[in-house]
Unconditional design. Sequence first.
Length: 284
Amino acid sequence: MPQYIDSHAHLFFEEYGADLQEVLNRAKEAGICAIIVPGTNLKTSREAVALAEKFPEISACVGIHPHDASGAADEVLRETEELTRHPKVVAIGEIGLDYHYDFSPREKQTEVFAAQIDLAARRNLPCVLHTRESMADTCAIVAETVRRYPAWRAGSSPRRGVFHCFSGTIEEALHVREMGFWVSFTGNVTFKKSTSLDVVRALGVSRFFLETDSPYMSPVPLRGSRNEPAHIARIGKMLAQTLNVEELELAWATTFNAAALFALNIPDAEGGRSLNSDKVPVLE
Ligand code: NI
């Protein structure tokens, strides 16, 4: 059975208040071996950590989303940094810039994003990036951080973070990779107007990974309903078809890459291989 990681699911939202255990059971049955839960502000970052403490398959990211940037005082950033010391916190996220909604003033978004990507680099953690209609400014801050911290998760193949829910162009995807970042795709690839399948084809099977962005971004034909990690296999099946590879191969490559970025140790049910990022080379 194909084994997947859902690299982005906001399971702390009230949408899951009544049936989270059932959602997790369905995920397990669908072959989801790990779920990454990114925070969006200090409160939900704490909730993400609490979920990670309760459920072994969950790991947490902590961070302030650009929508919540205006509420992020120095104190909030200090407490976010404190949370990074928790053993089940695997990344800073989600952080970035959102010029579509502009829920926080751009100046404040920029300040809070810069402070948090700096935190990721200082703590040598990967980061989960949210960027909407803000690609150029996001990339400028990322590039500046990489320049200031050349050792940030450096190695034979640096893995510094992921541009989540990627919907950019092929050129942008290649630029993101040059900076040592992954792209991940959600149910957005199944939307009629999406051009992401061309990006997937340009990248090939080993250069991206998957997420649901639950409770949002349900894949077609479930679009509009609450999303959940079990639905990741729908995205996997579609992209395997797009790339003309076996679903098992796509699942293995994407699971491997997400496990490498977030340093998850996942025993591979298929071949007994351990997906431990320290022991196996990255597929690139
Ligand atoms: Ni998100």
